[in-house]
Design a protein around this ligand. Structure first.
Ligand code: COS
Length: 383
């Protein structure tokens, strides 16, 4: 068994780590406070090659493996959840479906600019009444000559209403299958298509500097060639995309947990009470030890799942396990980090406060912790 990273992966980690520390950390708090999506750091992340990391160079990507992409997401999440969300959602959810299921024409049309970070793309699955029950999509697409007409509402979509969003991949009900289940199909809808509106959602507790939107489709017409893959394949495409996306959330949990450990170690070594650094009180040292254990276990689970994916082996179960474990690891680490900071941990000036808020999304987005347990239990054959 070889647990070492390749030279390229080590270099990538080091480069992204320095970038996140130098370019993102100084601005993260202010952007979070103002609920502001930063086009400036978006541009810098694009110049770093953080979009299309696992996409072939033929389409403008970096041609690296999934482990590399996950390392990049982890290193950004170590500093800021919002920027990690922009990168993770774009790579796995925005670019992923186009890259894996798109026609050659669709790939040629959209991927180059997406990989260059000139544009962003949204992945549109959840609806006000179709969250965990994602297959219960009420958004409908009806064929009319050479077009499809889409009607419905979607919610909680990342990267869908920025100034540079080029479009979205939207799951629609296109009929009923022979077995009575809904027939679900994905369509590409470009920004500016009449009948399509994306509105930013404000007032979020977490990821406040990332872009989240509500989407409205009212008699929105798209040409038949905007179908992604084949009719009736939409739910499988979305589920496969979410398997990869759950690894991204895992990376954000791992990176966030590591970030909390870094901050807690620094603070408890410097902060003195009763005449010594508080890290040297056993109750606090044990918290730090538990955090380190969680981070190590999370990293092993996540990298193993990514290794399976990179080696074309089934990884759905392992993605659910990694997502669940990494997000719960960050929960514990953020909780301990705030506790170790005492009263200061409750203040915005200390970044653990932001990590404590950002963490909660990871146990809800891309399938709640309960849904991950459903997926794992189904693999065990007990549900
Ligand atoms: N990859 C490919 N296909 C998959 C799949 C996967 N990982 N998981 C399920 N499928 C297929 C099944 O094989 C089944 O195929 P058939 O209809 O041909 O039999 C189909 O998808 C439906 O699967 P299932 O019957 O298991 O669907 P359920 O309605 O029971 O839902 C869960 C399954 C709950 C796991 C799914 O709805 C889910 O993941 N919900 C959470 C959604 C989510 O993460 N939302 C967050 C969006 S934010 S981006």
């Amino acid at each position: 068994m070889d647990f070492s990273l390749t030279m390229d992966q080590e270099i990538l980690r080091d480069t992204v780590h320095k970038f996140a520390e130098n370019e993102i950390r100084p601005v993260a708090d202010e952007l979070d406070k103002n609920e502001e999506f930063s086009y400036e750091t978006m541009k810098k992340m694009a110049e770093m090659g953080l979009f299309g990391i696992f996409v072939s160079e033929k389409y403008g990507g970096q041609g690296m493996d999934y482990v590399s992409y996950i390392i990049a997401a982890e290193e950004i999440a170590r500093v800021d959840g919002s920027h990690a969300a922009t990168v993770a959602a774009e790579n796995s959810l925005g670019i992923g479906p186009l890259y894996y299921f798109g026609s050659e024409e669709q790939k040629q049309k959209y991927l180059q600019d997406l990989c260059l970070g000139k544009t962003l793309w949204g992945f549109v699955l959840p609806e006000p009444n179709a969250g965990s029950d994602a297959g219960n999509s009420q958004t409908r697409a009806v064929r009319d000559g050479k077009e499809w007409v889409i009607n419905g509402t979607k919610i909680f979509i990342t990267n869908a209403s920025t100034d540079i969003t080029a479009g979205v991949t939207v799951l629609c009900r296109t009929g009923t299958r022979d077995d009575g289940k809904p027939e679900l199909t994905c369509f590409l809808v470009e920004t500016g298509t009449p009948g399509f509106a994306a509105r930013p959602m404000h007032g979020k507790m977490m990821w406040r500097a990332s872009n989240t939107s509500e989407l409205y489709f009212e008699d929105c017409r798209v040409p038949a060639e905007n179908m992604l893959g084949e009719r009736g394949q939409g739910f499988y495409q979305m589920m496969q995309t979410l398997d990869g996306g759950r690894l991204s959330i895992g990376a954000m949990g791992l990176g966030g947990a590591q970030g909390c450990l870094d901050m807690a170690l620094k603070y408890t070594r410097e902060r003195e009470q009763f005449g010594r650094p508080i890290a040297r009180f056993q109750a606090n040292a044990f918290k730090l030890a538990d955090m380190a254990m969680q981070v190590d276990a999370a990293r092993l689970l996540l990298y193993k799942a990514c290794w399976l994916r990179d080696n074309n082996k089934p990884f759905s179960r392992e993605a659910a396990i990694a997502k669940l474990y990494c997000s719960e690891a960050m929960h514990l680490c953020a909780d301990h980090a705030v506790q170790l900071h005492g009263g200061y941990g409750l203040m915005r000036e200390y970044q653990v406060e932001r990590f404590y808020r950002d963490q909660k999304l990871l146990e809800i987005g891309e399938g709640t912790s309960e849904i991950q347990r459903v997926v794992i239990a189904r693999h065990l054959g007990v549900l």
